[in-house]
Design a protein around this ligand. Sequence first.
Ligand SMILES: *Cc1c(COP(=O)(O)O)cnc(C)c1O
Length: 349
Amino acid sequence: MLTRDVMRSTVREFERYYNPKVGNAIRLDTNTNVFGSNPAAIEFLKRGIDGLDGYPNTYSDGLRSALADLYNLETENFVVGNGSDEMLDVCFKTFTEWKDTSTIPVPSYVLYNYFIAMNGGTTNFVDLTEDFQLDVDTMLKNKSKIILVSSPNNPTGNSFRQKDIEEILSRFNGIVIVDEAYAEYSDKSMAKRVNEFDNLIVLRTFSKVYAMAAMRVGYAISNLNIAGMMNCVKIPYSLNKLSEGAAIAAVKDQEFIRRSVNMVKEQRLYLSNDLKKLGFIPYPSDANFIMAKAPIDHTVLVNGLKKKNIIIRDFGDKRRTENCIRVTVGTREINKILLEKIAEVIEGC
Ligand SMILES: *Cc1c(COP(=O)(O)O)cnc(C)c1O
């Protein structure tokens, strides 16, 4: 039997990604929209399409044009593909050489290090400050090719200060990627400002507030120069025709987005307060999830909830998020069930 030595050295230590057995459990572990499938996307899909024999548009011009209208930018400011995960991959493929260093904060999105390593790069991990903000000077100290942050940050939930991101953009001469997967829930975004900077790439997704993670659609926004480079590297046709059509329909229904955002902004305050009453220490969130330090052992809590058919995400074994869990903000009804079950687990130990 072949050993792992047959694998490329940079991916030899890779393990599979998060893949829990879920059954019919209430999922508060992936920060998707708890209202369920995007209604405009579903309506589009139900109408059905034909023309499956032909390729989709090479660069998804229909969706890029709908996004250009939404942001008041140009079609060529956009690169769209199979989830923002593909966009991350395209960024590293386009802008890094083998062994180049990229800088990411700790804690941040688990897949960042994965895409850096997969593309033969080295990761420079820089701790966030005590209040989970960017340590700008330390991030700029090591020579790196790309600086990648998510704002609001996953898993901590807070947005980074706009002035820190601007400082990085001006002092750093490499590419700065700001992953805004949760930006609809915050009041901060760099998306409309891409033309002001030489080196800014903003990533957005249809997986979270747009309630269509199953369709796998994400996009990058940048100035015409950078976006043009990325479109040359992106795999042609990577976004299929069904997903593109569903995404276009979803962009045109901003009412669903507003309704979803309003619910989360209201409920995350209640949930945060209710978690406090149960002994948690919740961190401030600009997203549709809350990270909180648990009052009991994190493994006992997460496994206890799983037995009661609720799945939340465990960050308790990781440095900087010791004994912390991350939970998606639900509707009032879902949060009530969650809080009841948490109380039962705490009582039982
Ligand atoms: C969920 C999430 C994404 C979404 O990735 P997709 O490939 O678009 O589903 C991207 N970045 C962060 C930080 C996320 O939490």
